[in-house]
Design a protein around this ligand. Structure first.
Ligand SMILES: [Zn+2]
Ligand SMILES: [Zn+2]
Length: 62
């Protein structure tokens, strides 16, 4: 058990499924089993995927 980076007085309960970074329950504001940093990364990846798909549809690649 280590302490959370953001909450130094809170012990970590679980770790991120993507980057293996430990985080405390206070940092888990969503229902995903990933940390906030990875949640942002996933969101960015999702947006990029959406842009690529929309471009592909726009230019009639499919
Ligand atoms: Zn992570
Ligand atoms: Zn925390």
């Amino acid at each position: 058990m280590t302490h959370c980076r953001k909450h130094t007085d809170t012990k970590t309960e679980t770790h991120c499924k993507l980057c293996r970074e430990p985080y405390c329950p206070a940092c888990r504001s969503h229902h995903l089993f990933i940390c906030e940093g990875c949640a942002v990364k996933v969101l960015i990846m999702f947006f990029i995927a959406m842009i690529v798909v929309s471009y592909a549809a726009w230019f009639g690649i499919f």
